[in-house]
Ligand binder design. Structure first.
Ligand code: RI2
Length: 318
């Protein structure tokens, strides 16, 4: 798959999920590097930068995407020999993909320790990391039951329901607005994350913050399962995470919108759950309270302020 094809699939959400987007972007850079002739360092660097820019422009919120691209592209810093540059970049990209897959499985093992036999778990959207915890608990023989939301407008909940059903897990499929109604039957909520800011706020699929609020009200634990590269270094210096707003066509057909002349359809894809409503963040490096986001960014992402002056931004300004 070319960089352009990967970018288009990420844009249209054929490739989706913050972790998968990051892995596909790293793989696209690796493949792109292999197609380049390797004779001229300046044009290699330029072509790779264009590919990186294209990939990052596809979706603005999941910080895993710029974090992955930045990690791969940083391998070119200070390198003038093209053979070394290509080897470094391709090795880094492959290592990122490998580590990302390992991270999901580690999160599953750590997350399962937070689930007890007999628990009823609510999850929202379709998160590999959140599902890894639930599937691992089930594989360990725990008797668990899941509430999975529909996830309007893109229905990612269908994928979640299928995965859970195929695994043999008793699952209740509910519309998003039924989450509070059923919260009294739930022992804990687990969702994924598209970005986590320095103050521990979690940006995830639209509707997540309402579920967290309902969980807080009902004294139900709210856990977030996320690889460390979902933390957003740029938020240390005050940048904000841009919340993607997708086409109104995802909600109402153009014909219907034509009829509703005075109606504007709003379609934010993500919302922000404040740290106050998050009990724990489960990462591959262990479990952290949201208040430790700064430490995770400094120690796990090895961020330092010089990264801000590099060619590549970690995320965009709002
Ligand atoms: O990385 P993993 O845990 O798979 O998913 C994390 C999050 O990415 C998804 O975004 P979208 O469906 O691409 O908009 C959902 O918001 C999901 O919770």
């Amino acid at each position: 798959m070319t960089v352009e094809e990967t970018a288009e699939k990420i844009r249209t959400m054929e490739i989706r999920g913050a972790g998968r987007i990051a892995r596909y972007a790293a793989k696209a850079l690796l493949d792109h590097s292999q197609t380049l002739s390797g004779r001229d360092m300046a044009s290699y660097r330029k072509e790779m930068q264009q590919a990186a820019d294209l990939l990052v422009s596809t979706r603005p919120t999941a910080v895993s995407l710029p974090n992955a691209v930045n990690l791969v592209m940083k391998s070119l810093m200070g390198v003038s020999d093209i053979k070394t540059a290509k080897t470094n970049l391709e090795e880094r990209a492959a290592a990122f993909v490998r580590r990302s897959e390992e991270a999901v499985s580690k999160i599953g093992k750590i997350g399962a320790r937070n689930i007890r036999d007999g628990d009823v778990v609510l999850t929202h959207c379709n998160s590999e990391a959140a599902l890894a915890c639930i599937l691992e608990a089930h594989q360990q023989g725990m008797d668990i039951e899941v509430y999975a939301t529909e996830v309007r407008p893109r229905n990612q909940g269908h994928i979640t329901a299928r995965t859970l059903s195929d695994a043999g897990i008793k699952t209740n499929f509910i519309v998003d607005s039924a989450a509070r109604f059923f919260m009294k039957e739930v022992d804990l909520c687990i969702t994924g994350a598209d970005a986590i800011t320095v103050n521990g706020s979690v940006i995830n699929k639209i509707g997540t913050s309402q579920i967290a609020l309902a969980a807080h009200e009902a004294r139900v634990s709210f856990l977030v399962a996320a690889e460390t590269y979902k933390f957003a270094p740029c938020t240390i210096v005050g940048e904000r995470i841009l919340i993607e707003e997708r086409s109104p066509d995802e909600i109402l057909s153009p014909e219907m919108r034509k009829e509703l002349r005075n109606v504007t359809v709003r379609n934010p894809t993500f919302d922000i759950t404040p740290a106050d409503y998050v009990d724990l963040i489960i990462t591959e490096a262990g479990v952290f309270p949201p208040e430790m986001a700064y430490t995770v960014i400094r120690e796990q992402l090895h961020w330092d302020s010089s990264d801000l002056s590099s060619d590549y931004p970690y995320c965009e300004e709002e």
